[in-house]
Design a protein around this ligand. Structure first.
Ligand SMILES: *Cc1c(COP(=O)(O)O)cnc(C)c1O
Length: 382
């Protein structure tokens, strides 16, 4: 069977949990299982249950975070509020900002990590800036304290796009256990999956309450009703809402996955990453991204840097050798919607030319990593 770049690791336990929702509970929407999943997440992260707002995608979590930042700043879309976003990220980070009527301002990244370059972000501050987004690129919480300090000194909210970082720790603290507005994705290939899903972790009650209502079409207090199996037949709606809630079916998958994280997925991902490190140390022309030894990384993807002039040829050779590769990411300022499409952020563009993502998921073996690195070595030598 052909090797996969990334993959959902699901099986009988997830199937049984879904089957229980369908055959025994019979209620497929947002209900008791969703509530239990939120409680499990809160317990895992070490936060209160009110802080965790589950949704049906990571993108939805980001949209709710943007909305909370807008409400807190007293801004409407017609004010054209701006949010600083590192350009090297999944297009979801940008789309979530523009979907809410805010302007995503592309910022450069640090060449050695691919994470937000705060000096560049500082140059892009205006009186319309309401928030700064940090993306834990390749699961790297790199110096995120500095982002919080920066935000504090400029009166901004912080949106942590932690889609890659579920299970990671920054200086001993789990991502999602501290901060402001932290967004996780549980899509098919993330560190845990619901099929599709995500959550926002908020650290102030106002934002959590806004997000909880907003995910259910803005119906006030509907979350508590749904969790007790009731509905709101006499609703009031005070803000724009969305159909972002997570169903019992997806939550059932998420609960099983969360239970497998510490014992199975984290050690597997970290062991594969270590194997990559040992092989890549022997290849001076292939560079890994830098991480802080004080951070605990649970790698979601495995991007490496190769000489730009040879990148495409190396990708072709790997493909011919049966090794799938990816590209994380085309910088968003090069997309027509989010800028002129013109080059302007040198580090993001340099990484775009150098990056190749190698296969990484818990379904791979040490032998598979050896195979990938053998093919990579061959491609480099040719
Ligand atoms: C996956 C991802 C998202 C969006 O999550 P979905 O669940 O796919 O909507 C956002 N940002 C980054 C960096 C991601 O990798």
């Amino acid at each position: 069977m052909k090797m996969r770049l990334s993959k959902s690791i699901v099986g009988n336990a997830e199937a049984e949990a879904v089957s229980k929702v369908i055959c025994e509970d019979g209620y497929l929407g947002m209900g008791a299982t969703t509530r239990e999943f939120e409680a499990d997440l809160a317990m895992y992260l070490g936060v209160e249950t009110w802080q965790v707002v589950s949704v049906n995608s990571g993108t939805a979590a980001l949209q709710l975070a943007v909305q909370a930042a807008m409400v807190a700043a007293g801004k409407k879309a017609s004010d054209l509020p701006e949010i600083l976003v590192p350009s090297l990220t999944f297009v979801a980070s940008f789309q979530a900002v523009s979907a809410m009527g805010c302007v995503p301002v592309p910022c450069d990244v640090l060449e050695n990590t691919g994470t937000l370059d705060l000096e560049d972000a500082a140059r892009r501050l205006t009186d319309k800036t309401i928030a700064v987004m940090h993306v834990d690129y390749a699961s790297n919480p790199w110096k995120i304290d500095r982002v919080y300090d920066f935000a504090k000194s400029h009166g901004l909210r912080v949106i942590d796009d932690a889609a890659h970082a579920f299970g990671c720790r920054h200086h001993g603290h789990k991502i999602g256990s501290f901060g402001d507005l932290v967004c996780f994705s549980f899509d098919g290939i993330k560190n845990i999956t619901c099929g599709e899903g995500g959550c926002l972790v908020a650290f102030d009650e106002a934002s959590a309450a806004i997000a909880a209502d907003s995910r259910l079409l803005g119906v006030r207090g509907d979350t508590a009703k749904r969790f007790s199996g009731a509905r709101s037949w006499d609703p009031d709606v005070t803000l724009q809402g969305f159909r972002f809630h997570l169903s019992n079916i997806m939550a059932a998958i998420g609960r099983v996955q969360l239970g497998r994280l510490e014992g199975e997925f984290i050690p597997a991902r970290r062991a594969l990453y270590e194997q990559y490190r040992r092989h890549l140390e022997q290849m001076p022309a292939v560079r890994m991204l830098e991480t802080d030894p004080a951070d605990f990384i649970v790698p979601h993807i495995m991007p490496v840097r190769v000489p730009a002039a040879r990148r495409d040829e190396i990708v072709t050779r790997l493909d011919a050798g049966g090794i799938p590769t990816g590209m994380h990411y085309k910088p968003n300022h090069l997309l027509t919607l989010f800028a002129s499409g013109a080059p302007s952020l040198p580090h993001a563009e340099k990484l775009y030319d150098e990056l190749v993502t190698l296969p990484l998921h818990p379904g791979l073996s040490a032998n598979d990593v050896g195979l990938v690195c053998g093919q990579l070595q061959k491609a480099m030598d040719s």
